[in-house]
Structure formats: C-alpha cells, structure tokens
Ligand binder design. Structure first.
Ligand SMILES: [Zn+2]
Length: 418
C-alpha cells in the first residue's frame, strides 16, 4: 500500500507492433457462440470521428482475419465510450480503449491501444500484467480507466480527483490527475499522475512485448487493411460457390454424401471451424462455415468438411438438448502433448499462456448430454482415419479435440443429469 511515485509517464509504447493475428481461434463448444460484438456502443455516447474510423478499420481487419471471438474470450468487451484520447493532432493521436471482462468485475485489466499517425493505424492490446507496464509503473492508467467507468466502486487501487490544472507541467506532461490511495477511508498516499505524449511516439523504445495477439497495422479511412492471403488452393469466401460441386463429389467418394445439404457462410459470430444446423421444420441440414475455416489449407478444409458431413450422415440423436451448468466448473487436466500444441499454435505470443490454458481453455462450465460428445468422438475418429494428409497444425488440433471430447464424454456419462 505504499506508493510514493509522483509522476507516471506512459512509456509502454511498444514498437514491436505485430501483424494482425493469423493463428486460429481457440476451439469452443457449441454453447459458447459468442454474441458480444466488439463494436456495440451505447448509442447515447457520441464517439469521435477517429474512433469511428478505428472501429471501421478493425471491422475490416476482422473480415480478413477474424479475431473478434478470440479477443472477446481473452480480454472482454471494448468500452469505446470510455476511450481516453492522448494527443491532440487529428492525425497524430493515440487512444486507450478500456476492455472489460465481466468475470473480473469493476476493474480494467486490458487496454486496446490505438495509435494513428497519418494514414496508418497501429494497434495492440496491453494488459496490466505486462512486464513493462509494471516496470514503469504505468498501471495507474488502468486504475484511471477503471475509475472513469466505475467511479468510487472501481476495484483499482487508485481513486482520482480532478487535477489542479491540466497541462500543469507544460507540453510534455498533460492530463494530470491526483491519484489517491485510500485505506479504510483514510488517505494514505496522493500523487500527481500525468501522461506524456512524446514518449508514445518515441522511436527509441524498442521492447518486444510478449502480448501481441491482437495487434497490427492497417490503413485508416477506407481501403487498406492488412490482408492475409489465403493459403494457395484453399476454399475462400469468394470461390466457395464454385467449389461446392467438388466438395460434394469428394464427400461421396468418402462414402459420406451431402448432396442434399447446403454449404453456407456463417451470418453471425461462430467460433468453431464449421457446424451443422438442422431446420426444425423441414429437417434439412446445412453446413455453416465459420470465418476461421478460411484460414486453413485446402486439405485441412476438406477434412473439416468431412467432419461436418459425418455429423450430417451419422449423428445419433441427443437424449437431451439442454446443457447443465457445472458449479463449480470442471477443469480438464490437459496432457503435456496437447499443452504443447496449444502453446505452439493457439496461444503463441500470449503473455502467460499457461494462465489461459489452465483457465479458460480447461474450464468446462456447461455439460452436454453424452450423445453429443459421442457424436464428436465418432466424427473426429472417422475424419482422422479418412483424411490422413493434413497440416501439422491440424493433425495436432484434431488429436487435441478428440482427447477433449473423449474426456468430456466420460465425464458426461457420470455427471450429466436430464
Ligand atoms: Zn463436430
């Protein structure tokens, strides 16, 4: 509780801006179709023009390399209306957008940082645990954002009060606030906290931050966008329609015909590779391809399609459609070989990946009927048997998923109650 720091200078600009994430979203169960939009804003708040441009740019990046779902799962929801601008030039300005996770109430743990210079927008996420944030005692900014949002209920260590005057220290330091630490209602420490704009754009700091999942550089104000070319020969959103006859032919060769099944693009957020939907009235089936599907190589895509085709042809009926909530949650004990896969492919570059792997990734809060898991085991097993030539990443992904479904099947047999 001791804190004598007088001046906090924002020095965590990390120049190692990473390209928009190209790896895949973590797999989630069918119950977890995230509906949160990264762009929902309370309509009463008028966002400034730059923030609207930033939102548009991020939507464009997401349409090329989807990251929304993963972002929401890892970090939470950006609260655009509480964005803190830093700097004043129209085209040379940074924004700190607080990202709020309901599981961690009343405090901001992640900032989505945007920096506009000319026509280039650079962005990345920064968490409170970031080494540089700690080393340079910049966590007051997280407290300030928490305080702006939650007021006296903020879970942050510092409470704030209006500064004696802004820009008290001249051009270099601005937006100064008194930060006050209270303990049992008694003020134990007070200090002046300011932001320093110049450091944000300094090119001299060259940290390789290790928290780059959502970060990159893109054009702002139309066009642009960091484009990740799809793997050569793969099915893309643009060529899907033309590829459908080939896909159906291939499935027939694998004794898993889907002539009467539609193959369509997702119209909403879907976080798996693909899924099957059955029309309640007509019984007609549709394979829905999620955004993530389009990041895979062609052999992987065919294997994923086979998996869904298998569901269409061979799934057993579920004994119940309702999942049961597990309180407390059940935690998977992920074996080392699958942890290796997650580290290498799913959580590469994430700060403290093990905290995600032992946390979100292992946590099962909703348990489905055993038949659900049995169908998955059957589909993954058949897929692996009949589609042996896939990328190394997908080989490992399938094995992990198979293990997970087997584990949950056994758990469901014991603990699922109608
Ligand atoms: Zn499946």
């Amino acid at each position: 509780m001791k804190r004598t720091q007088i001046l906090g200078i924002i020095v965590f600009l990390v120049l190692a801006f990473f390209p928009a994430c190209q790896d895949d979203l973590p797999i989630v169960g069918p119950d977890e179709e995230a509906s949160a939009s990264l762009f929902m804003t309370k309509s009463v708040f008028e966002l400034d023009e730059n923030l609207l441009l930033i939102q548009a740019a991020m939507q464009r990046v997401d349409s090329i390399t989807p990251f929304f779902d993963r972002f929401t799962r890892l970090y939470g929801t950006p609260l655009w209306q509480y964005a803190l601008p830093m700097g004043e030039e129209k085209r040379d300005i940074s924004y700190l957008v607080p990202v709020y996770k309901e599981e961690i109430p009343k405090i901001i743990h992640t900032i989505w940082f945007f920096d506009i210079q000319g026509d280039t927008l650079r962005y990345r996420t920064i968490t409170r645990e970031n080494d540089h944030i700690r080393a340079y005692q910049q966590d007051f900014v997280f407290d300030e954002l928490s305080y702006n949002i939650f007021g006296d209920e903020s879970g942050g260590e510092l409470k704030f009060e209006d500064p004696p005057q802004t820009r008290a220290l001249g051009k270099e330091y601005y937006d100064c606030h008194y930060g006050i630490i209270e303990w049992d209602g008694i003020e134990v420490s007070r200090g002046l906290y300011c932001k320093e704009r110049t450091v944000w754009i300094s090119e001299t700091i060259d940290y390789t931050d290790s928290n780059p999942i959502i970060g990159g550089e893109t054009g702002i104000g139309g066009g642009g966008g960091t484009s990740n070319n799809p793997p050569p020969g793969s099915i893309t959103r643009a060529n899907l329609i033309q590829k459908i006859p080939d896909i159906k032919k291939r499935m027939k060769e694998l004794a898993c015909g889907i002539d009467d099944v539609d193959i369509v693009l997702t119209e909403s957020v879907c976080t798996s590779n693909a899924k099957v939907e059955v029309d309640e009235e007509t019984g007609r089936k549709k394979i829905i391809l999620c955004y993530k599907f389009f990041n895979y190589e062609n052999q992987d895509q065919m294997s994923i399609l086979y998996h869904e085709a298998y569901h269409c042809n061979y799934d057993e009926a579920w004994s119940s459609k309702t999942g049961i909530s597990l309180v407390p949650p059940y935690y998977l004990q992920i074996p080392p070989e699958h942890v290796d896969y997650l580290l290498k492919y799913e959580f590469a570059g994430v700060t403290n990946p093990m905290s995600f792997i032992n946390g979100e990734e292992s946590k099962i809060e909703n348990l489905l009927c055993p038949e659900y898991y049995k169908n998955e085991i059957n589909a993954y097993s058949a897929e692996i048997r009949l589609n042996p030539s896939v990328s190394e990443k997908y080989v490992l992904e399938r094995l992990y998923m198979l293990w997970k479904q087997e584990t949950l099947y056994n758990y469901s047999l014991k603990h699922y109650k109608h």
